[in-house]
Design a protein around this ligand. Structure first.
Ligand code: UD1
Length: 344
């Protein structure tokens, strides 16, 4: 099978490329190399590597020619610096996806399309009030956060809510620009599927970590930020009270999920998660265990207004429809991550 991996030189994309090459697929990579210094040394031989941006019509047309499947990973990720990033996110993620889909449309592509999405499309996770049941959870107020009250509250009685795992049919509630572009990426991709009569799969990654993760930048996730802090001999700063729950899923598992999705015919979105939720505080401690002589993580009580409190997935649909179940256990994965090579 000839597969185009957009963003195939990046963190997740490159692990997908490794797997596809290892099983004998012909792989085309289209990557702008926008977030790296030249061609990475980890790309396997035999890849048809093209440096190009999704805004470059000729590059996209060339990359989609003759492919049987597309795995769309190229995106501007993370939270960014501030709202000034909005145009760059929309250009790279919304317009980039649109350009890719238009190129596929123009060559009457009927193959498999898998797109990278994110749990950020849900906004806050799912919550239950023991007295008032489930309901929409409004963003946490600055006043509550200033007072150190971090748990979302029931809009009816004001009491703290209990978190639950989020299923794929939960509504969209993007809380930052990146999240809004991932909602749009999904919508555009499923619209392509309807118009072209093909099945499309969107994978909603939870907090991915592992080798080749970008180092500490405004676009990096918390695992890379903590790892970089330890490496520099600094104590990681754990925001809020450290009790915010996430699902840290290893990049090897995420890459395997993509290959399973490419091989499946599932039409719809799937959470890609480890199924083993941990708090951010736990993650800092698990990572600390991989180092010697580093300062202990500091729980600061600081907060970022755009952060959601808990977001933890149900991995059941991915198992049922893709046959995907994560294999890397949290403790082992974090211990290895302490010394894994990161990208500059
Ligand atoms: C992250 C990614 C998002 C991705 C999603 C799923 C970023 C910025 N966010 O969302 O792009 O789609 O996972 O893979 O990459 N925290 C600290 N100390 C710090 C930094 C963060 O305690 O120095 C806390 C935050 O307050 C938050 C948690 O760690 O509660 C997770 O933060 P982060 O990884 O930035 O964002 P997510 O919302 O989990």
């Amino acid at each position: 099978m000839r597969v185009l991996v957009t963003g195939g030189a990046g963190f997740i994309g490159s692990h997908i490329v490794d797997r596809l090459v290892a099983r004998g697929d012909e792989v085309v990579v289209l990557d702008s190399l926008a977030v790296q210094d030249g061609l990475p040394d980890y790309l396997p031989d035999g890849v048809d590597f093209r440096v190009g941006d999704l805004s470059d019509e000729a590059a996209v047309q060339g990359a989609v020619a003759g492919v049987d499947a597309v795995c769309h990973q190229a995106a501007r990720v993370g939270l960014g610096v501030d709202f000034n990033d909005v145009s760059a996110y929309v250009r790279d993620n919304d317009l980039g996806t649109a350009n890719l889909l238009r190129a596929l449309w123009n060559r009457s592509f009927k193959g498999r399309l898998v797109v990278a999405s994110s749990m950020v499309v849900y906004g806050e996770g799912r919550y239950n009030c023991p007295d008032h049941g489930r309901g929409d959870v409004p963003p946490r107020s600055a006043a509550d956060l200033d007072a150190g009250r971090f748990e979302p509250r029931c809009p009816t009685c004001g009491e703290d809510l209990d978190w639950e795992t989020v299923p794929e049919h939960a509504g969209f509630d993007p809380r930052n620009v990146y999240a809004a572009t991932k909602v749009h990426t999904e919508h555009l991709s499923f619209l392509y599927g309807r118009e072209a009569g093909v099945n499309v799969c969107a994978l909603r990654y939870h907090n991915v970590y592992g080798p080749r993760m970008p180092r500490d930048t405004p676009y990096a996730g918390v695992a890379a930020i903590f790892r970089s802090a330890f490496e520099a001999g600094r104590a990681p700063r754990v925001f809020e009270d450290g009790g915010q729950m996430r699902d840290f899923v290893h990049v090897d598992d995420v890459a395997r999920a993509n290959v399973l999705a490419l091989d499946s015919d599932w039409n719809g979105a799937c959470n890609i998660a480890s199924g083993e939720p941990h708090s951010v505080g736990d993650m800092a401690n698990a990572l600390a265990a991989g180092f010697t002589g580093v300062p202990k993580p500091v729980v600061t009580g600081e907060y970022r207004l755009g952060d959601v409190r808990h977001v933890v997935a149900s991995p059941d649909l991915a198992e049922a429809v893709l046959g995907f179940r994560a294999e890397t256990r949290f403790d082992k994965g974090m211990a290895e991550f302490a010394t894994a090579p990161l990208r500059a």
